[in-house]
Design a protein around this ligand. Sequence first.
Ligand code: SAM
Length: 262
Amino acid sequence: MTAPEGAPELRVDVVTVFPEYLAPLRLSLIGRAVARGVVDLHVHDLRRHGVGVHRAVDDAPFGGGPGMLMAPGPWGDALDEVVAAGRAALGPAATPHLVFPSPAGRLFTQRRARELAAVGWLVIGCGRYEGIDERVLDEYGERFPVLPLSIGDYVLAGGEAAALVVVEATARLLPGVLGNAESLAEESHERGLLEHPAYTRPAVWRGRAVPEVLTGGDHARIARWRREQALRRTAERRPDLLADPEQRPGPAAREDTGGPRR
Ligand code: SAM
C-alpha cells in the first residue's frame, strides 16, 4: 500500500501489559520515523480491559498444567477498541494484520518483514504467562489476517521483545526511513546470503590490514570479492540458507582475491 503524501506508511498498534517496554521504538532510526509520522505508533495497555480491582488478564488453563493463560475477554475488548480506532483514522475498510508473537509461530524472516512493510496497518498482541487463549486468534482470524510469528527457536518471557524486533525490522524497510536505501539491497538475508565482511579506516589496525582488493579501486573486482566472501561466510555459518530453495542466491563469483590478512 502506498500512502498518500504526508500520510503514514505504516500504522502500528501494540497491545501489551507492559507499555513501557515499547519505549525503545521512540529512539534512534525508528524513533525518527515515528517522530516524522512515517510510522504511526500506538501502544495500548491491555490492563485497561482487565477484570476486578487487580485488573487481571489471566486465568488457569482448562485441562490443567502449569502457569496461567491470558484470558480472551480482555483481549477481545482491547482488540475491538484498537480496530475501531484504527478504522476511524484509516477508513472503515482498512484491514489490520494481526501479529501474535509466539514461539509456536511461523519464523519471522527478512522476507516476512518485507511483506509486513507493505500491509499498511499492523496490530501486535504481546502474550505473557503461557500465552493467549487460542480462541482470540480464531475469532480475529475469521475477519483479518492473523499471523502467529516466532523470532527464533527459544522461549522469551513475553511478546514485547519480539514486537520490538518485528517493528524495527519492518519499519526500517519503509520508504524514507533509512538514509541510504541502497544499503538494504546489500544486507544479510536480502539475497539469501549473509553479508560480506566490511572494513573502515584506518587501513591498518593493530597490524591487521584490510584486504588489498578493497583499497585498489577496481569496483568489479571488489564486487566479485564481496560476493565470494558472502558465499563463504554463509556456507560456514548458515549452510541452511544455501540449502533453502526459496533463498536462491545468484551465480557464484568468478574470482576470489583473498580474505583479510595481517
Ligand atoms: N507456552 C508458550 C509455548 O510454549 O509456546 C510459551 C509462552 S511464552 C513464556 C510467553 C509469551 O512470550 C508468548 O505468548 C509470546 O508472546 C512470547 N514469546 C516467547 N518466545 C517467543 C518467540 N521465540 N518468538 C516470539 N514470541 C515469543
